[in-house]
Structure formats: C-alpha cells, structure tokens
Write a protein that binds this ligand. Structure first.
Ligand SMILES: [Zn+2]
Ligand SMILES: [Zn+2]
Length: 301
C-alpha cells in the first residue's frame, strides 16, 4: 500500500458509528444486537448501497468507502468488526435514498446534455438564428415563433403567395422546432400580403362572375319573353312593360351575384329589340311597351 492511499484511507474506529465516526447523543445500533437474525441485515444493506452511492459521487456522509473493506468485502469487514451505526446515519444510505440520488443524477444529466447541445451550435449558426427569417434583418426586438398555430399560418401564407424563398426556409421543419425569430411588423406584413392577395383574387373572381352574369341574365329574359309569347293566346297577346323587364333583369343580376346592378332601361330595350324576333317598342304615356308585331294592332287599338 503506497503512502498516498494510506493517508487517504483512515482507519475506522469500530467503537463509534462506523458511518459518521462521531459522538452523537443517539444510541448506536448493530444487527448483532437484534435477537432475530436475518440473512439480509443492516450490514448486507450497507454493503450493497455504499458502492453505488460512491459510484455516482453521492455519498450522503463524507467517508472513504475503502475503510469498510479490509480485503474480504464490505459486508464481511462490517461483520467481523461488529460495526455499529446511528439509525439516522444508516437511513441516509437506505434503498430509497439511493434511488432518489440516482434519479437526481439522471435529471442533471439531461439538463447538462441539453446545455451541451445548445453550446455546440456553431457561432455562425447562432448569428443566423438571430435574424428575422422574414426580412433577414438582425436585432430590433426579435420574437421567437412559439406556437404551432403561428407555424400553420406562416406555411399557409407561403403556399398562397407561392413564396419559394419562404417555402424553402419552412421545408427545414416547423418554425417552432427551427427556433425561427421574426419581427412582429414583418409577420404582420406577411399576413397583410396574403390578405391583399386573397382580396385581389376575390375581385378577379367577382369580375369574372359579373361578366358571365349579364349575358346569362339577358338570355334568361329573352327565354322568358319567348315562352310567354308561345303560351299566350291571340285574344290575350303578350305585352311587356320595359320598367318591369328592367326590374326583372336587375333582380336576376342580383341573384347572380352582382350587388347593385346598374341597368339602363334604354340599353336593355335596344338589346331586346335586336334579339327578339318581330318586337316593336311603343310609347304609352311615360312607359314603353314591348309587343310583337302582329299583336301591336290589337293592343294599341
Ligand atoms: Zn453516525
Ligand atoms: Zn424582419
């Protein structure tokens, strides 16, 4: 045995608590004092728990475990020396205390691993992370994307706007996992850009619907007039007031999605006169009557 280890390994005073080696008012115990002998007594338990406590550097009482082992193992050494201990000292080395110490170690390990992972991010990557992923500007109150809701909205905007650059950034994973930072005004600008785009799309669609609505409504009106002409008898010849036709046409345009149709009666009359065979327009007071040629005589007679 070299001098270094000799000085480190203190001799155990077996007349005292083998664990704390101190004089306390507490009574000393020993499994040998217990009249009921058990195979797994206090010595067995201490022999089993001291090495793992020491292995994880969590011995609750400062001692060198080597002094419990004269060469034949801890349990034998304790038994041969009729070791005694304070009940409170033995409890510090109980199975429960060992489990807790091991659990603490695992948690600390997780934390330090996490810190290790963070600190391993290269300096260049760290600076790029401190950029707004939208304008790529640095500083100026950067926020971190924290929720999956924000992630979904940003992805939606990128898709709708077909923003290739943004889509490429988002392809690296969700914004939360990527720890992407942004300026609040930049995110608002993105949302506004999406809204303006959708509005323009809506306007285009409405314009298209509008262009379709006029010919559709007009052809329906012509069909309506022709049907009445076919079904009506000669005794009751069809007669159409332009004001009523204009109203009908306007209502149909509204049904087809045009909010406040601007229908010019004169323009409608000219169109009808052009499309309906044999109609003639006649003025009757302030109103204009549309009638088919062969009926004009009887109506106006
Ligand atoms: Zn003690
Ligand atoms: Zn920005």
């Amino acid at each position: 045995m070299d001098t270094a280890s000799t000085s480190r390994v203190r001799q155990t005073d077996w007349t005292k608590c083998c664990l704390c080696q101190q004089n306390k008012p507490e009574e000393l115990q020993s499994p040998q004092m217990n009249p009921i002998k058990s195979e797994n007594d206090g010595y067995t338990n201490l022999a089993r728990n001291i090495p793992p406590f020491n292995a994880i550097n969590a011995l609750p009482i400062k001692f060198d475990p080597a002094r419990f082992d004269a060469g034949s193992g801890i349990e034998t050494t304790l038994r041969e020396n009729r070791a005694k201990y304070h009940h409170s000292c033995r409890l510090l080395l109980s199975n429960t205390k060992l489990k807790r110490a091991e659990k603490r170690l695992v948690q600390e390990d997780l934390v330090s691993k996490d810190e290790g992972r963070r600190s391993k991010i290269p300096r260049k990557a760290q600076t790029s992370i401190l950029q707004c992923f939208l304008c790529e500007g640095e500083g100026g109150g950067l926020r971190q994307a924290m929720t999956m809701k924000v992630n979904e909205r940003i992805n939606e905007c990128a898709r709708i706007l077909s923003d290739g650059k943004l889509l490429a950034k988002l392809s690296g994973g969700d914004v939360v996992a990527q720890e992407l930072k942004y300026h609040a005004p930049c995110l608002v600008a993105l949302y506004n850009q999406e809204r303006d785009f959708l509005r323009a799309q809506e306007r285009e669609q409405a314009q298209h619907d509008c262009q379709e609505a006029h010919p559709n409504a007009f052809s329906e009106l012509v069909t309506y007039i022709n049907e009445i002409k076919v079904t009506s008898s000669n005794d009751n010849p069809p007669i159409f007031k332009l004001t009523e036709l204009t109203k009908l046409y306007g209502q149909r345009l509204q049904q087809l999605g045009i909010e406040s149709p601007d229908v010019h009666a004169t323009h409608l009359k000219d169109q009808l006169l052009y499309h309906i065979p044999q109609p003639r327009a006649h003025h009757q007071g302030r109103d204009i009557l549309l009638a088919f040629e062969k009926d004009v005589g009887s109506i106006l007679a």
